[in-house]
Write a protein that binds this ligand. Structure first.
Ligand SMILES: Nc1ncnc2c1ncn2[C@@H]1O[C@H](COP(=O)(O)OP(=O)(O)O)[C@@H](O)[C@H]1O
Ligand SMILES: O=P(O)(O)OC[C@H](O)CO
Length: 495
């Protein structure tokens, strides 16, 4: 058996392949961005073949960079953008339509109809999710209804549905395995997260024939071996998890109360709650954090739509910075006497506010307000939104140790933002030594499954911190600023 673990991270804007020699060492990384398609307002699609091509190219590249062979890989872990929906023909292997991406809003009306019929309480109780176009179920129905003959073919068992993990597995195994893991299944609106099974009533409600669903396996289950014709060797696929769950594992957040926040374009915050799902009274999502060896653990999840995107806006919209990395040093120079708040509701507000109609606003402008105050307001808005999720999560879940908040993603590189986050949360923020937490989580699932990597406790002990940011803001100042933010949000909400 080889000594390497390969992680494939198929994300929304790029595909990455990463080789690890052990949980503390990345041997090589390859990444390729790909085109987004926006055929109509609110629609977002990916070309399924491009997802496969970029996967195969990055795998080849990462091996070439490391000067290693496919045969030296002991196991593969796959992690992926979640909810994005694909349907393909089981015989030809051809997708029937472009992939509908998680951000796509075309099924808004279908969700509204179901809500008006009173379906949401049942759907939420079983799936832990909300009736929203974000999740897969209404996207599947949309595809079946818009492609000629698709619904009948799906009912005859000729079509296969999959989230991106299933699609990659199908192609890697030469069409032999049609499976997903429990974390990905828990994002479809079709999966009962307590029973750990596809739910026939939900499938009927959304009009999804059960014959098209993949088999749901443990996140560290056996997903078959790669077809040697595809990547040059027969390698077991032994780890699969949605990217936010994989990051939670890569951050070694296993115990109840442990929390991770990933700051990319948007941000995803997950709080591990343990062996029982916790229902939220703040419209947070309840989701499967991982299922290993038949044991399921759950998390509460909240999303911030605009995180790094606020920094992009500073750069591309306002032109006050030339590069994202300049935003922290600029914010540092802001006048402490000015209270300027940016509510970046560019596309509405996510949890716990859930206001799709809200639009962004800036409060507290004076003649003295300049680029530094705007930069500070943009970076702080990400901290305040994390604070809102943090408060909502701890209202929903009082248990556990609540000892750590571990941050990762492109924006976590900003020392200023991480310090301000610790200040405004009045809670330490830890940044990991291995920043590639998503890939690490997928690699760990696979590495531990084949016995090459340590199991949970030892892996958690190996997790290393690069830096801890300790809260340093005076409490009076913190409360004043948090109240200022809440007031700004109240004035921004549409209703
Ligand atoms: N030094 C920095 N300070 C603040 N924001 C940053 C910095 N570096 C990157 N970012 C922001 O982080 C985001 C990129 O993070 P990444 O994890 O690559 O995102 P994604 O996976 O969503 O593309 C961008 O929106 C960028 O503006
Ligand atoms: O591909 P990312 O990193 O933007 O993550 C997307 C999420 O999985 C969507 O739920």
């Amino acid at each position: 058996m080889g000594d390497l673990i390969l992680a494939i991270d198929q994300g929304t804007t790029s595909t990455r392949a990463m080789l690890f020699s052990d949980p503390t060492r990345v041997v090589a990384v390859a990444q390729e961005e790909f085109a987004q398609s926006y055929p109509r307002s609110g629609w977002v699609e990916h070309d399924p073949e491009v997802l496969i091509e970029t996967m195969l190219r990055t795998v080849r590249d990462v091996l070439a960079r490391a000067r290693r062979e496919a045969g030296e890989i002991a196991a593969i872990g796959i992690t992926n953008q979640r909810e994005t929906t694909l349907i393909w023909d089981r015989t030809t292997g051809r997708p029937i339509a472009p992939a509908i991406v998680w951000q796509d809003r075309r099924t808004h009306a279908a969700c509204e109809r179901l809500r008006a019929e009173g379906a949401e309480p049942m759907v939420s109780a079983r799936t832990g999710l909300l009736l929203d176009p974000y999740f897969s179920a209404t996207k599947i129905a949309w595809m079946l209804d818009s492609v000629d003959g698709a619904r009948a073919a799906a009912e005859r068992g000729e079509l296969a549905f999959g989230t991106v993990d299933s699609w990659l597995i199908w192609r890697l195994t030469g069409g032999r395995v049609h499976a997903t893991d429990a974390t990905n299944a828990s994002r479809t609106l079709l999966f009962d997260i307590r029973a750990n099974a596809w739910d026939p009533e939900l499938c009927a409600l959304f009009g999804v024939p059960m014959a098209m669903l993949p088999e749901v396996r443990d996140s560290d289950g056996d997903f078959g071996t790669t077809d040697p014709a595809v990547i040059g060797a027969a390698i077991p696929i032994r780890g699969v998890a949605g990217d936010q769950q994989a990051a939670t594992l890569g951050q070694a957040c296993f115990r109840p109360g442990m929390m991770k926040a990933t700051y990319g374009t948007g941000a995803f915050v997950l709080l591990v709650t343990g062996d029982e799902p916790v229902a939220s009274s703040n419209r947070l999502l309840t989701t499967i954090a991982v299922r290993r060896g038949g044991r399921t653990r759950y998390a509460l999840e909240g999303a911030i739509f605009v995180a790094g995107a606020a920094v992009q806006w500073l750069r591309d919209g306002l032109g006050v910075v030339g590069h994202a990395a300049e935003s922290g040093p600029l914010a540092e120079r802001a006048d402490p006497a000015q209270d300027v708040y940016l509510v970046p509701a560019f596309t509405g507000l996510g949890a716990p506010h859930w206001d799709a109609e809200a639009r962004g606003a800036i409060f507290g402008l004076t003649r003295g307000t300049g680029p530094a105050e705007l930069a500070r307001a943009a970076l702080e808005s990400v901290c305040f939104q994390t604070g809102d999720l943090y408060a909502a999560m701890h209202e929903d879940f009082a248990g556990g140790e609540a000892t750590v908040l571990r941050a990762d993603g492109g924006m976590a590189v900003s020392d200023w933002t991480m310090q301000r986050l610790a200040d405004l949360l009045a809670h330490p923020v830890d940044r990991p030594a291995i920043a590639e937490t998503t890939a690490l989580g997928a690699a760990w699932l696979a590495g531990a499954a084949v016995g090459a990597w340590p199991d949970e406790d030892d892996f958690a002990r190996m997790w290393a911190r690069e830096r801890r940011f300790e809260p340093a803001m005076a409490e009076e100042e913190r409360l004043r600023r948090v109240e200022g933010w809440r007031d700004a949000v109240r004035r921004t909400l549409s209703g």
